[in-house]
Design a protein. Structure first.
Length: 403
């Protein structure tokens, strides 16, 4: 991904419905957009971006196109906007933008579509909210900003006993927080979790409950302190929850009978070497917060060819899985060709997470529970536990794991 580019045009119009034109510069106002633009204060779609490279392709069909013709605010060059995902942050000088929507639904075809048979804004337009104030000027640098991991460890003076030896030392303790998932305008669930990667948790939770199929189902995603709001393009019923507040130690998450709603089985179309699962289990043990505190659960995604895709930690084992699944959904990584490794036991609720996400292989360094193995057998899921050293127990569908 090209992480940096430049601004080629700053386009505004005094009112919605009027043609935007390049003004050369503008003032970005937090929570509002570009001062003086007709879309100023327009919900989460405060500033729109479009790549100049895509505009040039369209100009081969319509040579008279100009910057602002697609109602875009900022025309960029160099930075690969197509690689951005929901929740990513961009910097322009002192201003910060966060991606809230990718593409948009057009209810009627515009003049550009009628003339060219295509319009790039519904497919390639990037919509952002403004997080911090600043001026944007033609020629400014626009760059992707890596997400900073929040401070989750706090020092605390403790008394440590070792036999008859007593000493005062400084230890590091893990913080916890709460995040609420707002789905289509309604509060769906609140989780006690480790701060960070909240957007992954929200999307992964929805995927595991089959409330969305892919990132294409997401109309918009907004992040506010303590909450992630997701709006979908279409409603799906999904798997019902037993409770609306999820503690970090919850073991029964889904309402009774949720297993029957999944339907079908995960087809066994490929095999994964046992060595990949062993490497994944070893990768779990190297998670930095776990090594520092011993207070987290770890989840990791492995590609069937052995590539280490993503690893995350949380005080809640379900949250860790949701974060891993959400990362895959937002980055368009095929979960059906991945294996999920976790650090905790494998009861039915953990198996249901994998089945809901469409992951065919679930492994752990710990034990499977009888009901979890039964659900995995019915669902067509390969379940492996006690992955330690050269050994593992394969409870269901062993044909997927090669020696």
């Amino acid at each position: 991904m090209n992480m940096k580019g430049i601004i080629l045009a700053v386009c505004t119009a005094p009112a919605k419905g009027l043609q935007k034109h390049d003004q050369g510069e503008g003032r970005l106002v937090p929570g509002k957009g570009i001062d003086g633009d007709g879309h100023f204060g327009f919900a989460h779609r405060q500033v729109s971006l479009l790549e100049s490279e895509e505009i040039e392709k369209m100009k081969k069909v319509i040579p008279t196109l100009f910057h602002g013709a697609f109602a875009e605010n900022l025309v960029t060059e160099g930075i690969d906007l197509k690689r951005l995902i929901l929740g990513d942050t961009l910097r322009i000088g002192d201003a910060l933008l966060r991606v809230t929507q990718i593409g948009k639904e057009c209810h009627s075809h515009c003049a550009i579509y009628e003339a060219a048979g295509d319009c790039i804004m519904p497919r390639l337009g990037i919509f952002c909210e403004v997080l911090s104030e600043g001026t944007v000027t033609v020629g400014d640098t626009i760059e992707f900003v890596h997400e900073d991991a929040p401070q989750v460890l706090v020092p605390r003076t403790i008394t440590r006993l070792d036999g008859t030896k007593r000493e005062t030392v400084t230890d590091r303790l893990l913080k916890e927080g709460r995040v609420t998932l707002v789905l289509d305008g309604e509060e769906e669930v609140t989780a006690v979790c480790t701060p960070g990667e909240e957007r992954y948790w929200a999307v992964g939770h929805l995927k595991c409950r089959r409330l969305l199929k892919s990132r294409e189902d997401i109309a918009s995603l907004e992040i506010t302190p303590g909450a992630v709001s997701v709006k979908r393009k279409q409603m799906t019923e999904g798997l019902p929850l037993l409770q609306r507040i999820l503690s970090s130690s919850a073991s029964a998450l889904l309402a009774e009978g949720a297993e029957e709603q999944l339907g079908g089985v995960i087809p066994s179309e490929w095999r994964i070497p046992a060595s990949v699962l062993r490497e994944g289990a070893e990768w779990l043990s190297e998670a930095p917060i776990f090594r520092a505190t011993g207070g987290t659960h770890v989840a990791a995604l492995m590609a069937r060819d052995g590539e280490k895709l993503f690893r995350t930690e949380d005080i809640g084992r379900h949250n860790a899985v949701d974060k891993a699944v959400g990362w895959a959904v937002l980055h368009d990584v095929p979960l059906g060709e991945s294996a999920l490794l976790v650090s905790g036991r494998l009861p039915v609720d953990m198996v249901m997470k994998a089945l809901g996400a469409g992951i065919p292989v679930l492994g752990s360094v710990s034990a499977a529970i009888a009901e979890g193995a039964e659900a995995a057998e019915k669902g067509g899921l390969t379940l492996a536990g006690f992955i330690r050293g050269e050994r593992m127990n394969i409870y269901t569908h062993p044909e997927r794991i090669s020696d």
